[in-house]
Design a protein around this ligand. Structure first.
Ligand SMILES: *Cc1c(COP(=O)(O)O)cnc(C)c1O
Length: 401
């Protein structure tokens, strides 16, 4: 007996992506993530990674990882709550808590599981979440998993957030006000001081996802809470070890009881195996570098300012970015992907991003400069961007003198 493939409808969807020009093949990285990397066998300037500080291929992280493999092996053999908690897992959590000036910290397998696991663990169906419209997918999934009622306010709109909170005044249930610290597709910083005041005024739990701020903003990269001087006023801080820290993982910071609770109820912590020793040891080495070499962060910001100024002079629309994440707005997804592909052919890798990652009509390429890009590499990138954008009709404005 034969039957039709019950998954055939997915092939139809894929064909639709191809027709729309949004089908994406994965580019293969041959070798390490560096300012100049080899993707698909071609040498390109890499403006497509989150490796802000150049730690992903740093000799000290690699040495720490190799040494941990020699000492502990390749894997841990269990989830954290059974027998998969290593002494270095605990050391990393103490280290992050001290770094962030909080009582306690728990590390998850990724930033994604940190957000999804924390939000879904602490709220239930009678509770309320007040959430920025552009919050990361992992926050949205955590909110959905919690079964709390979700109230979305327009992006970065403090008055909009207040209207949602005011409407809930006196309504039973707990309230969680949640925002990204830095928004991953636009590179803008959330209005955190004003949101923290709202959380205090309306007695809501305040949560910030600092994935793109960890290692980038605040003293030694302590994040947005440090950047804005909001210590002690943010109940839940999430960070990632996968971006500027250069390795893999996510963490949640807060009070001792809150973190203890997550260790008993956050599902990714209970039901998914812990980080291998190499990952944890490399993360520890990364925090050594953050504390010892703050000049890396200064170089990251100097490169960021230079790149943004030059893009503006060329007439590019970079949206509302305030951080090393600099989008170049294009419009339609197919155009953004075509632009990205043409740049790649000329030796520059910057990812095209379209719906559903960003709203329809807001497609862009996303660039991220790092501390390890040289001026010469950035100048070469700018030259390629200008040349290809003119050819593709993306850059029509006359450059500023
Ligand atoms: C990347 C990102 C995450 C997920 O972090 P991973 O460690 O890569 O899973 C969460 N939140 C935001 C805002 C992000 O940009």
């Amino acid at each position: 007996m034969s039957r039709l493939d019950p998954l055939a409808y997915l092939g139809d969807q894929i064909n639709e992506f191809r027709v729309k020009g949004t089908y994406q093949r994965l580019r293969e990285l041959h070798g390490p993530c560096e300012p100049i990397s080899h993707f698909d066998g071609k040498e390109v300037i890499n403006l497509a990674s989150n490796n802000y500080l150049g730690l992903a291929n740093h000799p000290k992280l690699k040495e720490a990882a190799i040494e941990a493999i020699r000492q502990y092996g390749a894997g841990t053999g269990a989830v954290r709550t059974i027998s998969g908690t290593l002494d270095i897992h605990m050391e990393l959590e103490r280290r992050i808590a001290a770094f962030k000036h909080v009582e306690a910290c728990v590390v998850f397998q990724s930033g994604f599981t940190a957000n999804a696991g924390a939000v879904s663990a602490i709220l239930g169906k009678d509770d309320h979440i007040i959430s920025d419209a552009l919050n990361h997918a992992s926050i949205i999934d955590g909110c959905r998993l919690s079964r709390a009622k979700i109230h979305v306010f327009p992006h970065a709109d403090v008055a909009g957030a207040e209207a949602k909170l005011a409407a809930l005044d006196g309504v039973p249930g707990r309230k969680l006000l949640i925002t990204d610290g830095v928004f991953s597709m636009d590179g803008d910083i959330g209005p955190l001081p004003a949101l923290v005041e709202l959380a205090e005024k309306y007695d809501a739990i305040m949560m910030i996802d600092d994935a793109h701020s960890s290692g980038v903003l605040g003293r030694n990269g302590r994040g947005t809470v440090d950047h804005f001087g909001l210590h002690g006023r943010v109940d839940i801080q999430v960070g990632t070890l996968s971006k500027a820290i250069g390795v893999l993982g996510g963490y949640v910071c807060g009070t001792k009881d809150f973190i203890d609770y997550l260790c008993h109820r956050a599902r990714p912590f209970l039901f998914s195996t812990s980080h291998p020793p190499a990952v944890t040891a490399a993360c520890l080495a990364a925090f050594d570098i953050l504390e010892a070499e703050p000049e890396r962060i200064e170089t990251l910001w100097a490169n960021t300012r230079y790149f943004k100024e030059e893009l503006a002079k060329l007439g590019f629309d970079t949206g509302r970015s305030q951080t090393p994440i600099t989008p170049i707005m294009v419009g339609e997804a197919a155009e953004a992907h075509a632009f990205s592909n043409a740049l790649f052919d000329e030796g520059l890798f910057a990812t095209g991003i379209g719906f559903p990652t960003v709203p329809e009509g807001k497609a862009r390429i996303r660039t991220i400069v790092t501390a390890t890009h040289t001026r010469e590499q950035l100048d070469r990138a700018l030259e390629i961007l200008a040349r290809v954008a003119k050819r593709q009709g993306i850059l029509t404005a006359t450059p500023r003198p």
